[in-house]
Write a protein that binds this ligand. Sequence first.
Ligand code: GDP
Length: 440
Amino acid sequence: MFDNLSDRLEKSFKLLKGQGKITEINVAETLKDIRRALLDADVNFKIAKKFTDDVKVKALGQDVLSAVKPGQMMVKIVKDELAELMGGTFADIKLENKPAVILMSGLQGSGKTTFSGKLANMLKSKKGRHPLLVACDVYRPAAIDQLKVLGEQIKVPVYTEEGNLDPVKIAKAAIQHAKANGNDVVIVDTAGRLAVDEQMMNEISAVKKAINPDEILFVVDSMTGQDAVNTAKEFNDRLDFDGVVLTKLDGDTRGGAALSIRAVVEKPIKFVGTGEKVDALDVFHPDRMADRILGMGDIVSLVEKAQEQFDEEEAKRLQKKLQKNTFDFNDFLKQISQIKKMGNLKDVMGMIPGMGKALKGMDIDDDAFKHIEAIIYSMTPAERENPSLINGGRRKRIANGSGTDIQEVNRLLKQFSETRKMMRMVSQGKNVQRMMSGMQ
Ligand code: GDP
């Protein structure tokens, strides 16, 4: 996502290279480039203009810091402004009431049903809540089935009333059902249309009035660019929603919607959908997204993702094994499965500063570990625990068994022994960097 915009902005900063300080004259070209980059990313013209005007004021008003180069300073100013444009701070959803009622709105195909399932899953698995999903898309039986399938997959109950064509009645009954059954969050999925129409707006307004939701979320496909912004405006005028969910940010979106919606409707983006799978959902943090757009990586999200998967007991066990130098291939397999749990490998790696660009165009997927795992699975338990057993004959057997070749097996064994050495040094608190530079 945002690859193009990231590249363009980076180039614009380069124009300031070699300049001693930012002046009205030397910054003009950079600002023009930034504006063009934003317009090409489908950012609304007025927003792009205001953005560069604000950046200019800030850039010229900066005290000259000898330690910071103008290019770097510009990156920081643009980063802060981008974050500000997307809402500044993180905005959570209101879940205090029991049950908390969340109403979905948006056009057909925007990803409402998928998001309803993702949100239920997130609230259940990360917040220990007991959600109830409600199917109010009464016109499309397929949509009701889709929600049922999702519910089964994530083990969340789905409230439906076959044959009832009145979404207001269904939504009200669902809330009663939630109260009676201990569901503390009710997520109401509604019908969308291909375009904004009066009947749809009347219907969702009636549901809103009847159930008085704690949170109305507007779901929109980020690939639709400026249209997304216009639709957001129309829905907001009618519903006065609380937050925006941008879906399909994993696709080839230019980013215009993410950058313009907040400024146009003055409502925060709260979540972003990053794939079709049920766990492909991120809470939206404007500052982290700004870092990502500028290709600075998103180290905070990465650490949080890692922490979610982090098992303290396991870490202590590993620490002991490392100190005793008994870290083996079974531990290695566990580590791989932990990394895989963090999500799509390319996304995870893309959060590491500087990696986003390096990964562009590279074909990395969750299969990246397949060969490594196959090789380890082809080892006997004794070999996994004691890799020094693996002589030439055994290597050949392992290569055959895993469908790889002997070079690949050799490479893995070498990497493993180097990793083990390195991890041992770290666990003993030695300064690895110094050691490595001494080795060169
Ligand atoms: P609804 O009509 O608003 O309920 O939309 P759906 O939930 O049925 O989604 C429409 C299509 O978009 C489906 O094929 C979804 O799998 C897909 N979709 C939804 N969210 C995302 C996302 O974040 N990324 C991707 N790649 N696809 C998504």
